[in-house]
Design a protein around this ligand. Structure first.
Ligand code: GLV
Ligand code: MG
Length: 312
């Protein structure tokens, strides 16, 4: 596992096609928690091999601040996976934090990647275990196996939903995944969100939502992102720097909630340590240890996003 990146936030995860010099040059200027340079679906088949060197050069020569830096390789059912890993991980140096694996179907897909990464690390002078793994769930088979996938390797840092490939895998009658975003119980991904979230959390992973394709409609993005945020997801993919700005807001707790969470923790500490009671009134809400745990998670998220308490 990558010690540097494991606990960094991933509110916005910016995708950049690895074959485009123009987009690669622009990516470091975006305000995003996480950048991944793509060798998979945003790269045309005849550009796949040439894109590897462009990605390596971008990692080595551009200034990436302290964001998580990742490369999405091609899936095991293509001819490109091992070459992607050997060429990119073997040459990118220690600034590369993670590999993203698309269309993960079963735990053994991750185990195979873990073994290959160990060999490449040994041959390129990287610390063993330096490269973390992001695993994308994008097929019915992957969803069925998500619990084993999340537990398959200590390298796994995040589990990521891939709605576009997933809609194709299950035969959902839509041409763009944005049409699947509805509120409340009619959200056709509610089971998927809950299942991925439980598997991820049971293994201490970040849990990330996938792309929103109407890139100019930022209000619609905000609406869609708020749905997975309400489940507890940590972040979502961005296809443009403007999308990333919206996501940084949606997946942060917000100042009022951050400050209230601190107040709850203070009140709970006084109640338990001085008044020897486990439940107390906080305004008109009855709170107890579970409320303190929720507050603690908002405080931790806020801190990871650089927030400061303003009410004390
Ligand atoms: C992302 O890879 C998706 O398929 O949605
Ligand atoms: Mg996909």
């Amino acid at each position: 596992m990558s010690l540097r990146s494991r606990h960094l936030p991933r509110r916005s995860c910016l995708s950049t096609p690895g074959s485009s010099d123009r987009f690669l040059a622009k990516a470091p200027t975006a305000t995003t928690d996480f950048s991944f340079l793509d060798l998979e679906d945003s790269v045309a088949p005849n550009e796949k091999i040439g894109a590897r060197a462009k990605v390596v050069s971008a990692i080595r020569n551009l200034e990436w601040d302290d964001r998580v830096l990742c490369v999405r390789v091609n899936a095991w059912d293509t001819p490109w996976t091992y070459g992607d890993v050997i060429e990119v991980v073997g040459n990118a140096g220690a600034r590369l934090d993670e590999i993203m694996m698309p269309k993960v179907q079963r735990a053994s897909d991750v185990v195979a990647m873990d073994l290959l990464l160990t060999q490449v690390e040994k041959n390129s002078g990287l610390e063993i275990g330096h490269i973390g793994i992001e695993a994308q769930i994008e097929t019915a088979q992957g969803l069925i196996n998500v619990e084993a996938i999340c537990a398959a390797s200590p390298r796994i840092e995040s589990i990521v939903f891939g709605p576009a490939d997933f809609a194709a895998s299950i035969g959902m009658p839509v041409t763009t995944i944005d049409e699947t975003i509805h509120d409340g119980p009619s959200n056709p991904f509610s089971y998927v969100f809950a299942k991925i979230l439980m598997a991820g959390r049971a293994n201490g992973l970040h849990v990330i939502d996938g792309p929103f394709l109407k890139v100019r409609d930022l209000d619609a993005l905000r609406y869609a992102a708020a749905i997975s945020a309400s489940y507890g997801f940590d972040g979502k993919w961005a296809l443009t720097p403007d999308q990333a700005l919206v996501l940084n807001e949606v997946y942060s707790p917000g100042q009022a909630l951050f400050d209230k969470s601190w107040d709850i923790l203070d009140a709970y500490q006084v109640a338990t340590e001085h008044d020897h009671t486990g439940a107390l009134m906080f305004g008109d809400e009855m709170i107890d240890e579970a409320s303190a745990k929720i507050a603690q998670s908002f405080v931790a998220r806020g801190h990871r996003s650089g927030m400061q308490r303003t009410n004390k």
